[in-house]
Design a protein around this ligand. Structure first.
Ligand code: SAM
Length: 394
């Protein structure tokens, strides 16, 4: 059984998340294709797409591969044979994902529009189904268009993966819950734009990368507005601890968790939120009492892009010492095999990238770095990029 995944803006990170979630849940699979934002997996067993979609933060669409063909002309019959609709008006639309650099995408799209008109007539004449063909200016329909135009309810979004020789196509089964992610970001009561907030989708990916059981005790020692704990709560984790050295952060996190808890189906929440400097963690928590530390620490002052290299190095040095003192504490409070998933900043100023250099010291404290590939979350014009690093306590 083959499934496709349309990945978010940082595909390497999204792929790592999918591999982590499937692996942790004992799902066996082979990666068939991973190109740009398209990942195709061959699953040993049928996949519960709803379950997986509700879990992931970095995937925009998930669907099932239906078939492949050598010429687009074969598509009309294949669609009518393989795609079924319920009663009432049907909706369908197409998204194109070239797997190599093609320059005839408009030609392809034009041909597909003509095929769509034939499909519409044949649905009406042969199956007595009235239908609407949903189009967009872009070669692909966004997940918002797919959800809002009923393409998942009584409809079909067909995604075409155009390779050099063959055209593979599949039907979308789920799209990311963009409204819920947006609400947890913008509608929550406690927001602190000054100290910065993690995008909820990234928080979600970080939790998934930690690969911990639902009864695990999760700590965010730089809790800020509580984004990571919020996403952990949505995923069903109930043993949540947040700490921070700012009163404002504690207040915001409490407000946000109460707001979310009320809206959630979770019955009980054993969350603790407290004011605490990261260097005092082991004075507060028992040795080996935490299963995972998932956190975005202070990333330094906001950058304008005109900082000198000397200024940047000064910031890096001061962060190195805060982070190392944090890891000394993490080594004490984490259980054996416990995970740390943490954001490390990469400064990207005047096209020059600078980062912290403390891996060896962290390893000496008893940690192994698990991710071999760099997992970076960024937008092109950002001065501070986020590198996600996964450690395990030996
Ligand atoms: C980048 S923010 C975390 C944002 C958080 N991930 C969110 O989405 O809201 C960093 C937080 O670290 C806290 N902080 C900075 N230095 C600290 C320290 N030494 N001990 C504990 N918290 C600290 C700040 O108060 C701030 O809330």
């Amino acid at each position: 059984m083959q499934y496709f995944f349309i990945l978010g803006k940082n595909p390497i990170l999204s792929e790592a998340e999918i591999v982590a979630v499937l692996g942790f849940n004992d799902k066996k699979f082979k990666v068939l294709k991973f190109l740009d934002k398209v990942l195709v997996l061959d699953m040993e067993k049928e996949l519960d797409v709803e379950w997986l979609n509700a879990r992931l933060g970095g995937t925009v669409k998930i669907g099932k591969i239906l078939d492949q063909m050598y010429e687009l002309d074969e598509f009309e019959d294949k669609f009518l044979e393989q795609v079924t609709f319920g009663s009432g008006k049907a909706f369908f639309g197409f998204s194109l994902y070239p797997l190599y650099r093609i320059n005839h995408i408009e030609k392809f799209q034009k041909k597909l529009n003509a095929i769509a008109m034939n499909i519409k007539s044949r649905l009406r004449d042969e199956k007595q189904i009235s239908s609407r063909y949903v189009v967009s200016k872009e070669p692909e329909l966004s997940s918002v268009i797919v959800a809002k135009n009923k393409l998942l309810k009584n409809g079909a979004e067909i995604c075409f993966f155009i390779d050099k020789e063959v055209i593979i196509f599949g039907q979308t089964l789920a799209v990311q819950a963009f409204e819920e992610f947006g609400a947890r970001d913008y509608s929550r009561p406690g927001r602190d734009q000054v100290s910065g907030m993690l995008p909820p989708k990234l928080a979600r990916m970080m939790i998934n990368l930690a690969q911990v059981k639902s009864e695990a005790v999760i700590l965010d020692p730089f809790v800020g507005s509580g984004t990571i704990l919020q996403e952990a709560l949505v995923l069903g984790y109930q043993n949540l601890i947040g700490s921070d050295n700012s009163d404002r952060a504690i207040e915001d996190t409490k407000k946000n968790l109460d707001w979310l808890f009320e809206k959630s189906k979770v019955e009980s929440l054993k969350s603790k939120v407290m004011k605490l400097d990261v260097k005092d963690l082991s004075a507060k928590f028992d040795a080996n009492s935490i299963d995972a530390i998932i956190t975005e620490p202070y990333l330094g002052p906001a950058l304008r892009g005109n900082e000198s290299q000397a200024q940047i190095e000064k910031t890096i040095n001061s962060l190195e010492s805060v982070y190392l003192s944090a890891f000394v504490q993490f080594a004490k409070v984490l259980s054996k095999g416990g995970k740390v998933v943490m954001v490390f900043p990469i400064y990207n100023v005047r096209n020059f990238q600078s980062n912290l250099d403390i891996l060896l010291q962290i390893e000496k404290l008893g940690f192994v770095k698990l991710n071999k590939e760099e997992l970076v979350y960024f937008r092109e014009n950002q001065f501070v990029r986020r590198s996600i690093v996964i450690f395990k306590k030996k």
